[in-house]
Structures are given as C-alpha cells and as structure tokens.
Design a protein around this ligand. Sequence first.
Ligand code: ATP
Ligand code: MG
Length: 360
Amino acid sequence: MAEVNLKNVTKSFGKNEVIHGISCDIADGEFIVILGPSGCGKSTLLRMVAGLEKITGGEVAIDGRVVNTMEPSERDVAMVFQNYALYPHMSVFNNMAYGLKIRRMPKSEIEKRVMNAAEILELTAFLERKPRQLSGGQRQRVAMGRCIVREPKVFLFDEPLSNLDAKLRVQMRLEIRKLHEDLKITSIYVTHDQVEAMTLGDRLIVMDEGRAAQIGSPLEVYSRPATRFVAGFIGSPAMNFIEARISPDGRGVNLPGGINLALAGPAPEGIVDREVVLGIRPEHFEVMAAGEALLTLAVDHVEILGADTLVYGRLGGGKVALTLRLPDVHHFDAATSLPLSVDPARLHLFDPQNGQRIAV
Ligand SMILES: Nc1ncnc2c1ncn2[C@@H]1O[C@H](COP(=O)(O)OP(=O)(O)OP(=O)(O)O)[C@@H](O)[C@H]1O
Ligand SMILES: [Mg+2]
C-alpha cells in the first residue's frame, strides 16, 4: 500500500517534449485512470512511474520515497500490459510463480501466494494448463495473478483489456474493480476507453497532448469539464459545440438563427457581449409540446438503437448541426420539426480561444 506523488513530471525524447509537467497526488488505495487519445502520453507517464522510462524533469515518489533514479525492480510496482506476455511453455501455476522463484522466495510461501491469487481470480481449476489452453479473459487473469502474487505497493495497468472482445471487456472491467475493492492496492490504469475510465476510476487524469487537462472524479469530469477538449472527449455521442454570443445583458446566450437561451446565472463581466462556444450534451435535450419549445430542430436522420434513439438535425435555418440522444424508440421522419428545450443548468460555456470552461 502506498501513495504515489507526481510533481511537475516532464519527459522528452531527444528535443521533443511529450509530457509537459504533470502533477498529481494519488492517495493510498486509490484507483486512478489516465485517459486520453492515442499519442497523448499515457503510456509514457505510466512507464515513468514503473521505471521503464527515464524521468526528464520533476519527481515521482512512491510511498514517500523519490524513485526517479531507482530501477523498476526496486520500486515495488507490478505492471499488467496489453499483450499479457505469458510464458507459453509454462503452466498457469508457473507463470504466476516465476517472478517469486527468481526472487528466491521459499517454496511454501510461493505456493501459498499462488493458490491465494488463483482463488481470488477463479483460476484454481486451470493451474496445470498452458496459456494456449485458456481463453483471452483467463489469460488476462493469469497476467493479473502474476502481479498479485508479488504483493506490490502499486499496480500499473496499460490498456490491459484492449485485446479482448467487447463482452469480455465489460466482464473483466467489473472483475478488476471488484479485485481493487478486495485488495485496495493503489492502482494507475491507462486507457483510451472513456467507459472503462468512468466505471473503474475513483479519479481520472484526462490528458491532452502531454498535459493533464483535468483531474477529477468521473462525475466531475462529465458534469463540469474543465476544457472544451475534455467536454468533447467524455460522453458519447460527443457534446454538441455551437459558436454563440453572450447577450448584452449577460443573462442569455444567442445562437445563430436568432435563438436565445437563458443562462443559469449571470455571465461573468468579461464575456458579456462576447463570443463563446456553447456546449450541450446530446442526452440533455427534451422534446416539448410545440408552444413550450426553446429550439426547433429540423430532423435530417434518425438512428434507433433500442434503448435510445440518436437524432441528427439542424437548428436556426440550417446553420447549426446538432445530435440528440433521446431515451426509447422514436420514429421521426426527415424534415420533422422537433420542438426542444434544455435545462439552463446543462449549458456549458467555453472560451473560443483557449478552450477553458467559463463558469456561470
Ligand atoms: N521511445 C520513444 N521515442 C520517441 N518518441 C516516443 C517514444 N515513445 C513514445 N514517443 C512519443 O511520445 C508521445 C506519447 O506516446 P505514448 O506512447 O505515451 O502515447 P499513448 O497516449 O500511450 O498512446 P496510445 O494510446 O496510442 O498507446 C507520442 O507522440 C510518441 O510518438
Ligand atoms: Mg499507450
């Protein structure tokens, strides 16, 4: 058990800086997810904690000790990779025991730890099998077992589920969360899958090109995204962004086509009568009776998913494209005029230049 502290951590490959100074205090027993698109630096950050990548600047501390110059083996961390890298010629038991054997742990202790991990992971019946005789999910569990037996201070996961099919991913996701609740080992988990991140993490570090765009609980990140990037990355379908303008009285926001929406509170002084980017999530529109609508959507196309329906259309005489997600099944013909409303508390405003959230 340990805390992990990242203090202004940077990484350069040659002259190319890819991590630009990330700080985060990860509590003992916390499950933190590093989320971001391909190439934003997730694996690099994780590998710096593991000791597989040199730290260019700043400090990484595990359990209160700065580990910058420590070898991976001295850091007491265990890492699960995407390709689980099991030894194909060894049994499940030996795959899990191997790391302990080379540390010359007594045989009885090895046996105890492996049997215990196998029990937790429901692998007891497979201990004599070779990896090729296991399903993908079972192999991934062996890879986790190999980490558990080491009783590390920190678990590091780099996209451990991305080789599995969709159904198995959901199942393994639940198992990883359950395992964490049982073992309470500090965990850092890298993924580009927002659903995995939202369901697994106590907190997320949302990364945008080598920076932490936001660090917060899944719900904070969803309901108060710190930047336009975060707002667009979390949520499916993605948030709608509309170029708009704060009204001269600061109480509303004007959209193309003469639409005005009231804000939940007065806009800050500095942005009155200025351009902003308005964000509205597809799931936050309500269909209204014609007389009560704030907006009218000209429907272009409908996708019925069963549990909900995606509606694509345009506002304001065709100027603004919009996506809606409505619960249940709806059959709207193209060219239907759909009267809509949205709760002012669900409106998000962003600075059009730097993308930062504007609080109202
Ligand atoms: N050994 C290396 N030498 C040079 N550049 C590297 C090296 N490793 C990574 N990079 C660069 O650093 C950046 C971050 O890479 P990283 O692997 O951390 O991204 P990632 O967020 O894990 O992406 P993915 O989701 O595709 O795995 C990328 O631009 C990558 O090209
Ligand atoms: Mg990666």
